[in-house]
Design a protein around this ligand. Structure first.
Ligand SMILES: Nc1ncnc2c1ncn2[C@@H]1O[C@H](COP(=O)(O)OP(=O)(O)OP(=O)(O)O)[C@@H](O)[C@H]1O
Length: 822
């Protein structure tokens, strides 16, 4: 244990280790590449060099990283296997990086073994060390410090949060903290790394909050790359079994595009000449552990053979232990295979490894195709089963594409946003192009003319793939026009898949409609929503159109916070009565969406809370308009100070006396609410964009009818209120009532009253009248008792009243400024 102590600073002398133990720890580095004498020499050197340990620098892990490590160390998670997959994935990434750089700089790979882009796994059963080595790009000292401990990535805290709420440790790779999973199985880890630009360094940590870095003068020089040595915990002994490691690599790392070798030790039968019988026997007894019985049987058999062929030279079988690199994976890339020959299971596994998503769920869909013609490329695209935790975080500021770009089988980049538009960033997959040039810089590649063609085709294919999820889903009643699909599966498995897709990625489709004018119609086909006729399920625009009433010209929709709230909206009253279907848009992004989605299949969209709603002509319309003319005119005058642009007869109301609608291109009430809730919203813009307000009245409603009676039949009311010459009395109360009705309608229509105090006063006035309390009734005065006030006390202390008042003013200043702001 002492031997596993960190290479401590000289000052931390209590951490210095005894030489013999150090020797144990630094024992021969098994790498299969060096001779025993080399190892012994270096070992000796390393032990003497250990006196230089004062060179080791100690670092504290960044706090969030420490928390990640704590979670891992204390985890009761039973599937500890995942660490190997994470290390192999990191090794493959490092190999991809160096291979990419070598495209423009051949020298970078060096020579000899350094040019071998492979991963090696090795075991030291005695010392309980599992090593994983790659000849990838390696890490400089600075890289080691930053990457393995001091810089937390965006996923780090997301991972911690997720784990707090019972997240699955299996998904660690998605958060960019996969390396730390080594502490599931090891209590001490060394990372030895050599980057072309730096010396060889060792990073080491016992996951106790700190790590140390020292220049490596004792291990075998790696040439280039990284070796990770896991000093396995007592209970992690199974990872010292070759069979276990072989099984894990086959299970999790099947699709790694670099050869993965295991240093495997085997016992083999070797024939040795019988005349060397004696010496062979000695060897055998020294090396073979086979039972005596077996040996006897072997000997018997040999004797028999000898008797049969007396003249043949005598031979003998002996057991010998040999070690060699055994290749564990088949490096044939899945995308180069014929799609017909790839099984669903293989696609699923490929998705898991590509997306580092090792959850239990299958991808929702995939598309594997080869594009031919001027621009040739092969692609596999996947729709993940779940949206990543940060899909919409800084959507407009990051260029994170999830497609890997390969050129002629060489990995180029996974940050190539020219391949897909932002709104399709949720897709995972890869593109391997034969047309793009290999040995040019990334900048030049980004400008290559073929990229545009690739992007165009990818978008089409991606949208087709998404459309197929819906077509294959029995819950989506597109039955009649079901098209031929590339791969059809079990109906049960496909059931509900589109709703699942929609819940995870629906927002992306909406963002697509906003951003991608070329594919707007294709994307609109993928749109789903609830409506007055959808029965709590999702429905599509095609379904809506198929249910439209004869003569219905527009697609009706309404926006708000929830279906429940919208269902009760007065704007729907008449539409529902007349059996028109209305779409509910309840996501804030829908307000933006509908600014771009003007029509679908030649039908226009109409927000039913805005001006312009047409429900067919009613013969009585004109008559009604005429008979309410005086009331509407009077009411408009009465609301002059409330920013009301007009008062009109409504065609959308049944049971509600009135509603407030907005102009076609101004903000709806819902949009006003959304804009007000934005921290950085601009008050001037808000005033400018606020839709014109029109009070629409229900001519059949008793309140409205009564109001008309009062106004029309009593010209006094009109005259006197329009002149505002009388502040009190019956006529004024009609005006008050009209204003109160307007403010109530405003609230019911989804607006926030601009002056809640005024609204409340009006309500109380109305309450007074219904309780027959005089409008002038005064509030009873409180009896004033003589109490010593703060001011009096100050006066008593000799502070003048003026000073005390000044203090009071100071206290008041801040809140009143705040009040103004609000
Ligand atoms: N074998 C390696 N060779 C070179 N760099 C490595 C190696 N292993 C890890 N790193 C560096 O350490 C970083 C942290 O690794 P970690 O596994 O925690 O996260 P990641 O690889 O970025 O994300 P993920 O866990 O999703 O693979 C990597 O981004 C990489 O820069």
């Amino acid at each position: 244990d002492q031997g596993r102590k960190l290479h401590a600073n000289a000052e931390a002398s209590e951490e210095l280790v005894d030489p013999p133990k150090v020797e144990e720890k630094l024992g021969a580095v098994p790498n299969g590449l060096s001779t025993d004498s080399d190892v012994a020499k270096r070992e000796a050197e390393s032990i003497s060099n250990r006196s230089l340990r004062s060179n080791a620098e100690k670092f504290q892990f960044q706090a969030e990283v420490s928390r990640v490590m704590d979670i891992i160390i204390n985890s009761l998670y039973s599937n500890k296997d995942i660490f190997l997959r994470e290390l192999i994935s990191n090794a493959a990434d490092a190999l991809d990086k160096i291979r990419f750089l070598s495209l423009t700089d051949k020298e970078i790979l060096g020579e000899g073994d350094n040019t071998k882009l492979e991963i090696q796994i090795k075991l030291d059963k005695e010392k309980k060390i599992l090593s994983i080595r790659d000849r990838g790009i390696g890490m400089t000292k600075e890289d080691l410090i930053k990457n393995l401990g001091t810089i937390a990535k965006s996923g780090t805290s997301a991972f911690v949060e997720k784990m707090k709420t019972g997240g699955d440790l299996n998904l660690i790779g998605q958060f960019g903290v996969g390396f730390y999973s080594v502490y599931l199985v090891a209590d001490y880890v060394e990372v030895i790394s050599k980057h072309n630009d730096d010396k060889q360094y060792v990073w080491e940590s016992k996951a106790d909050g700190a790590f140390a870095i020292s220049e490596d003068t004792w291990n075998e020089p790696l040439g280039r790359g990284t070796e990770i040595k896991l000093h396995l915990r007592e209970e992690a002994g199974e990872y010292l079994e070759e069979s276990k490691l072989t099984e894990l690599v086959k299970k999790y790392s099947e699709f790694i595009n670099f050869p993965i070798y295991l240093w495997s030790t085997k016992e083999v039968d070797v024939e040795v000449p019988a005349d060397e019988e004696e010496s062979s026997d000695e060897e055998e007894s020294a090396e073979s552990n086979s039972s005596e019985e077996e040996e006897e049987e072997e000997e018997d058999a040999e004797k028999g053979e000898d008797e049969d062929a007396e003249k043949k030279p005598k031979t003998k079988k002996v057991k010998e232990t040999t070690s060699e690199w055994e290749l564990l994976n088949d490096v044939k890339a899945i995308w180069l295979r014929n799609p017909k020959e790839v099984t669903d299971d293989e696609y699923t596994k490929f998705y898991h490894s590509l997306a580092k998503d090792f959850g239990d769920e299958k991808p929702l869909a995939w598309s594997h195709f080869t594009a031919e013609g001027d621009v040739e490329f092969k692609t596999v695209l996947f729709v993940p089963p779940k949206a990543p935790h940060d899909l919409y975080e800084s959507y407009y500021n990051t260029n994170k594409s999830n497609l890997k770009l390969y050129v002629r089988r060489v990995f180029i980049s996974d940050e190539f946003d020219e391949l897909l538009p932002k709104y399709l960033n949720f897709l995972k997959g890869l593109v391997d192009s034969d047309t793009l040039p290999l040995n040019v810089s990334r900048e030049m590649l980004q400008q290559h003319s073929s990229l545009k063609t690739i992007k165009k085709k990818l978008i089409r294919k991606a949208l087709d793939m998404i459309r197929r999820i819906a077509e294959e889903d029995p819950d989506e009643s597109h039955g009649e026009d079901k098209k031929e699909v590339e791969k059809s599966g079990d109906d049960d498995e496909k059931k509900g898949q589109y709703a699942k897709f929609w819940n995870e990625f629906g927002k992306s489709i909406k963002l697509g409609i906003i951003e991608d004018a070329t594919n707007r119609n294709r994307l609109a086909k993928l749109l789903r929503f609830e409506s007055t006729k959808s029965d709590g399920k999702l429905t599509s625009l095609d379904q809506y159109i198929s249910r439209m009433k004869p003569g219905q010209k527009d697609i009706f929709y309404i926006t708000g916070t929830s279906r429940e709230q919208l269902e009760k909206s007065p704007f729907l009253e008449r539409l529902k009565k007349k059996n028109y279907e209305v779409i509910f848009f309840t996501d804030p992004v829908d307000e933006y969406l509908m600014q771009y989605l003007m029509d679908y299949e030649d039908q226009k969209f109409q927000n039913v809370s805005k001006e312009g709603l047409k429900l067919g002509k009613d013969s009585k319309d004109k008559e009604l308009k005429e008979s309410f003319k005086e009331l509407t005119k009077w009411w408009k005058g009465a609301l002059a100070s409330d920013n009301v642009d007009d008062v009109k007869i409504s065609n959308r109301l049944a049971d509600t006396p009135c509603v407030v609608v907005t102009s076609k291109y101004g903000w709806s009430a819902n949009m006003e609410r959304i804009m007000q809730s934005q921290t950085l919203s601009d008050a001037n813009k808000q005033a400018y964009m606020r839709g014109k307000r029109v009070l629409e009245i229900n001519p059949r409603h008793p309140i409205i009818k009564e109001l008309r009676e009062r106004v029309v039949n009593n010209p006094e009311v009109q005259f006197r209120t329009s002149l505002v010459s009388c502040m009190f009395g019956k006529d004024e109360s009609v005006k008050q009532t009209a204003q109160l009705i307007y403010q109530t309608a405003l609230m019911e229509s989804g607006f926030t009253p601009s002056d809640p105090k005024d609204f409340a006063s009006r309500i109380y006035r109305s309450v007074k009248s219904s309780l027959n309390v005089s409008p002038d009734a005064e509030v009873e005065e409180e009896e004033v008792e003589e109490v010593e006030t703060e001011t009096d006390a100050k006066e008593a202390e000799g502070i003048s009243k003026a000073e005390a008042d000044a203090d009071k003013d100071d206290e008041d200043t801040e809140p009143s400024v705040l009040k103004d702001e609000l």
